[in-house]
Design a protein around this ligand. Structure first.
Ligand code: SF4
Ligand code: FES
Length: 253
């Protein structure tokens, strides 16, 4: 049976009361943290300690805690989603840290993701990009064609599936030195551009989504590739190239 190990850690956590107030890093000590606990469970433990001390708990985003919803969004020791690759913050475990470690916890930093409180940022800019074109229009009057009735070659189906794995977490933006959202938008455009169902609205989709992305204040892509490295779902830079091709094609129409 695996032996249970507890560690004592120090934390430096970004605290900010609201968007209009200045924030700062605040020091905390937390003892007896099980290495079997997840990073978010460790924050729960810290919040219990703060409540017991009659202090305000730390606000942070989470929902599924299974790497699916994209809500958890923390910069941990200078890396989006922490030191492990291919995982979200909620999938990160305390076994990745050592007894006596000091852990820095910050929110995503990007002009287009303003801090709401502590570690929570406003990512509604992603929602507005999705609303601008990240969908297909389907007639649901009763004559809807079964999606599986449309033949799609395996390579395109696989690539669309890979692009659809994007959970909209925003780590790509937080990691990019320019605050670019090209990997996210590239994934969303590719997901549909590769499939026959998505081709009908392809022209408007890419033009509208890119326009909305620019309006939201995201930076430009300079092909650094940090987004691909830190993306927990392994979304490939290939999707940015595909979006650029789709955009050029749509602009020439
Ligand atoms: S491309 Fe990756 S890092 Fe960016 S939002 Fe999607 S899943 Fe998150
Ligand atoms: S809480 Fe849902 S992906 Fe982390």
């Amino acid at each position: 049976m695996a032996s249970k190990k507890n560690i004592n850690i120090k934390l430096k956590v970004w605290r900010q009361k609201k968007a209009s107030e200045k924030g700062q890093m605040v020091d905390y000590s937390l003892n007896e943290v099980s290495t079997d606990s997840s990073f978010l469970e460790m924050l729960d433990q810290l919040n219990e300690q703060l409540v017991n001390e009659r202090k305000e708990p730390i606000a942070f985003d989470h929902d599924c805690r299974e790497g699916i919803c994209g809500m958890c969004s923390l910069y941990i020791n200078g890396r989006a989603h922490g030191p492990d690759t291919g995982v979200t913050t909620c999938q990160l475990h305390m076994r990745s840290f050592k007894d006596g470690d000091t852990i820095y916890v910050e929110p995503w930093r990007s002009k287009a993701f303003p801090v709401i409180k502590d570690l929570v940022v406003d990512r509604s800019s992603f929602d507005r990009i999705q609303q601008a074109g990240g969908f297909i229009s389907v007639n649901t009057s009763g004559n809807t064609i079964d999606a599986n009735a449309t033949p799609i070659n395996k390579e395109d189906a696989d690539k669309a599936f890979e692009a659809a794995a994007c959970i909209g977490c925003g780590a790509c933006v937080a990691t990019c030195k320019n605050g670019s959202a090209m990997l996210f938008v590239g994934a969303k455009v590719s997901q549909y551009a590769l499939l026959p169902q998505g081709k009908v609205e392809a022209t408007n989709r890419v033009l509208n989504m890119v326009r909305q992305m620019d309006e939201e204040g995201f930076g430009n892509c300079t092909n650094t590739g940090a987004c691909e490295i830190e993306c927990p779902k392994g979304i490939s830079l290939e999707n940015i190239a595909r979006m650029n091709r789709e955009y050029l094609k749509a602009s020439l129409k």
